[in-house]
Write a protein that binds this ligand. Structure first.
Ligand SMILES: [Zn+2]
Ligand SMILES: [Zn+2]
Length: 191
């Protein structure tokens, strides 16, 4: 049994915890990509430049208060699900569109004690001098993710998710940003 980590939206109405956090159960990453950053700028928030993400499985996320504020949008029709707290427009989680993928990314800026998850071991889309980007440690990240997905599908734990019901449908209806909204979100990003 691992520790529990608390999280909350900015205004504090939506709260929860990541349960049973052992080092094997999560991967701490930072992502510099435009999609992760525009999940912030879409709400008029400052460009975070990089987003700290704790990757684990959805069954570990328990929303203990204010679950009615949980909403979701997609940056495009092909985009992943970007979950946020409607009460204060705080970006919170990232999930794939399919329940059985079981993967979730939790924005570490919303953890009560972000220092408890240690230093990021993976950097995605890190800008390199002269343009372009590279990934650091991504092979390890993908391997760990694949192991968790296989395990949770085998034991049926993909069902214990606050993001999908037992039929695999998202618990809130995903809103797809219009072309204009998407452009506005990207405009907030400093390159
Ligand atoms: Zn809130
Ligand atoms: Zn990203």
């Amino acid at each position: 049994m691992g520790e529990h980590l608390g999280f909350a939206c900015t205004c504090g109405k939506l709260r929860g915890e990541i349960t049973d956090v052992t080092p094997a159960a999560y991967t701490n990453i930072v992502c510099h990509c435009a999609d992760c950053r525009s999940a912030y700028t879409h709400f008029g928030l400052a460009d975070p430049e990089k987003v700290g993400i704790l990757q684990t499985t959805q069954d570990r996320v328990k929303i203990t208060q204010g679950g009615e504020h949980l909403r979701v949008f997609r940056l495009s029709g092909k985009g992943a699900l970007r979950w946020y707290a409607k009460c204060c427009d705080t970006p919170l989680f990232f999930t794939p569109t399919k329940a059985r993928a079981v993967h979730v990314g939790i924005n570490t800026d919303r953890l009560d004690q972000p220092e408890r998850v240690g230093k990021p071991v993976v950097e995605g889309f890190k800008p390199v001098p002269g343009g372009g980007h590279k990934h650091i440690g991504a092979g390890r990240m993908v391997a760990r993710m694949a192991t968790r997905i296989a395990a949770k599908n085998l034991n049926g734990e993909w069902r214990n998710s606050p993001f999908f019901d037992d039929e695999g449908a998202p618990t809130a209806t995903p809103k797809v940003l219009t072309r204009e909204q998407r452009a506005a979100a990207l405009q907030g990003i400093r390159v």
